[in-house]
Write a protein that binds this ligand. Structure first.
Ligand code: FAD
Length: 545
């Protein structure tokens, strides 16, 4: 939405295509906040934000891209506020900022613990104000590449059925992440990596797909996230003996160490028998009812509803869950891919701001800053190109119709949900917080087996109207392709860096592996290439906590 608003401001014709109503997008679930070095709580600067992000990325983030985001973030926050975002305030009236993991200063601007919800509604209002056309509940099924450049996309009308061609000189993918590839995940049901698979099949490499971040505090019953804001406000993590076990793994940062470190510490605690029913305990009781009710009301509600626990009185059982995918469509600092006319921004993209590990609060900022930049660059490109008019041939639409109708009518084979579940369990167990050559080989074999099995699917609903069976089948193909890229990249990367933790290669190996993985479509299979990381100011140093 931020990209669409900016492109519209350039004076070009813009439409948003979304498989959900825009305000139901997954961003609405973001709780904790959005990072910008405003320096309202303590002294802070874009340089310090840049350093923390580079370090957090385990030196895999491109430092030019990180510098841009950290420099432009404060202006973007003020603009969001002017658009109508109601952020929480400090006693002196300025925007409040809370501490977040691995940040050198309290830098996270927030609206209580419903930041994403607030932002997504403000942006939707702006879409309406700017009179941007929205094709909602249209599922994009393919990009159209004509003579080497993007000419638009094909979409299935979920509500009424039927394939539509949407001709466009420029397409910006903003389709979000792929957390649903994993069994325990904080991601919404719709986060199935569609945009990554669309770009991959069109010939754009996917970058650093092996890096999936696990969030340390998710509920066991359904993967729902309990925000890092809880630890930012002073929450403790304890094992079954009441011990604050982070003292062993990160004696300085403790609970506010970066997410990869905390997730690994929890995983070890649980594996070594010091957990409670497959979880550790997030203790907020010492914060007192007033702070919990004013600063963390959403988290309290989630704990009450889904874990049956009131955090004012007792700790919340939590465990690591797949949360944020650092990898994505390989784009430059304006969001442009190698295919003219095809761009990407937000979680679907890999600029790369987050490298091997994202810092909490940086991804909402990336969606805004890089969304705005992609919208501006694509909008200006349209103006400069003059009378370029993308066209989609009727035959292309007819082919897509045939493909989707064949899938719609298929009644021999397996149910998509069965394969989806098999995939998610295998990824959580074999390509999760800790990985080895053996587990990754098993995961890859499983993904290949599932890709084969998914050639024959059984759809129970053969109708045109609101056919969620069809949508889930399409999402399954995207999940499987993304999973193949993830495990293939993870198997090749013989080191531990950020969220990619190999028990058989426990150290970071800058000599061999300080480079980006590129996974390219090669006759349906994954081909790996590499490209260098951009280093501007910060030479890699070994992390300490
Ligand atoms: C529970 C949770 C809490 C989080 N909290 C924070 C936080 O506090 N701070 C922070 O910085 N980050 C946070 N994150 C991460 C952050 O929220 C996400 O990275 C970010 O919101 C992703 O935004 P997006 O615009 O890229 O994608 P999304 O918000 O997921 O939007 C994707 C859009 O693409 C559409 N789409 C997808 N596929 C198709 C298709 N095939 N056809 C048509 N449309 C399609 C969807 O309909 C949707 O509208 C959190 C993540 C989770 C899971």
């Amino acid at each position: 939405m931020r990209a669409a608003i900016e492109a519209k401001r350039c004076g070009v014709d813009v439409a948003v295509v979304s498989k959900l109503h825009p305000t139901r997008s997954h961003s609405g679930a973001a709780e904790g906040g959005i990072n910008a070095a405003l320096g309202n709580a303590t002294e802070d600067s874009p340089e310090s934000h840049t350093f923390d992000t580079v370090k957090g990325s385990d030196y895999l983030g491109d430092q030019d891209a990180i510098e841009i985001m950290c420099r432009e973030a404060p202006g973007d926050i003020f603009e969001l506020e002017q658009m109508g975002a109601i952020f929480s305030r400090a006693a002196d009236g300025r925007l409040a900022q809370r501490p977040f993991g691995a940040a050198g200063a309290p830098r996270t601007v927030y609206s209580a613990d419903i930041t994403g919800h607030v932002l997504i509604h403000v942006l939707y209002e702006q879409l309406v104000k700017h009179e941007v056309t929205v094709y909602e509940e249209f599922h994009c099924t393919n990009l159209v590449i004509d003579d080497g450049r993007c000419a638009g996309l094909l979409a299935w009308d979920i509500v009424r059925g039927g394939v539509h061609a949407i001709e466009a000189n420029h397409v910006i993918l903003a389709t979000g992440g792929v957390g649903r590839m994993y069994y325990g995940t904080t991601n919404a049901y719709a986060c199935t990596g569609d945009g990554m698979s669309l770009a991959w099949r069109a010939g754009v490499p996917l970058k650093d797909m092996e890096f999936m971040q696990f969030h340390p505090t998710t509920l066991k019953s359904n993967g729902v996230l309990i925000t890092e804001g809880c630890r930012g406000e002073g929450g403790y993590l304890r094992n079954k003996d009441g011990e604050r076990f982070m003292a062993r793994d990160a004696p300085n940062a403790m609970e506010l160490a970066s997410r990869d470190v905390v997730s690994r510490a929890e995983w070890k605690e649980i594996a070594d028998g010091r957990g409670v029913d497959g979880c550790v305990l997030l203790d907020l009781t010492h914060l007192g009812p007033k702070k919990i009710k004013t600063r963390l009301p959403g988290s309290r509600e989630l704990a009450l509803d889904y874990a049956g626990v009131d955090p004012i009185k007792e700790p919340i059982p939590v465990r690591p869950g797949a949360h944020y995918h650092m990898g994505g469509v390989d784009v430059d600092v304006w969001g442009e891919s190698i295919i003219p006319g095809l761009w990407a921004a937000g979680e679907v993209a890999c600029v790369s701001v987050h490298g091997a590990n994202r810092l909490g609060g940086n991804s909402l900022m990336e969606t805004i800053t890089y969304g705005r930049r992609a919208g501006r660059a694509a909008g200006e490109r349209v103006l400069n190109e003059g009378d370029l008019n993308a066209r989609i041939e009727a035959g292309v639409v007819a082919d897509e119709e045939r493909r989707l109708l064949a899938l719609l009518r298929s009644d021999s084979g397996e149910r998509p949900g069965v394969i989806r579940e098999d995939l998610a369990k295998s990824m959580y167990d074999k390509a999760g917080v800790f990985r080895t050559e053996e587990t990754l080989q098993e995961a890859r074999a499983k993904v290949h087996e599932l890709r084969e099995r998914a050639r024959r699917l059984h759809l129970q609903d053969h109708g045109n109207l609101f056919n969620s069976d069809l949508v889930q089948a399409l999402e399954l193909y995207a999940l499987l392709e993304c999973a193949d890229c993830l495990v293939t990249g993870a198997l090749a990367r013989q080191e531990s860096r950020g969220a990619h933790s190999r028990l058989d290669f426990p150290d970071r190996d800058d000599d061999r592996w300080m480079k980006h993985t590129l996974a390219t479509y090669d006759h349906g299979e994954v081909r790996l290439d590499y490209k260098p990381v951009t280093v501007t100011r910060f030479e890699p140093v070994v992390r300490s906590y």
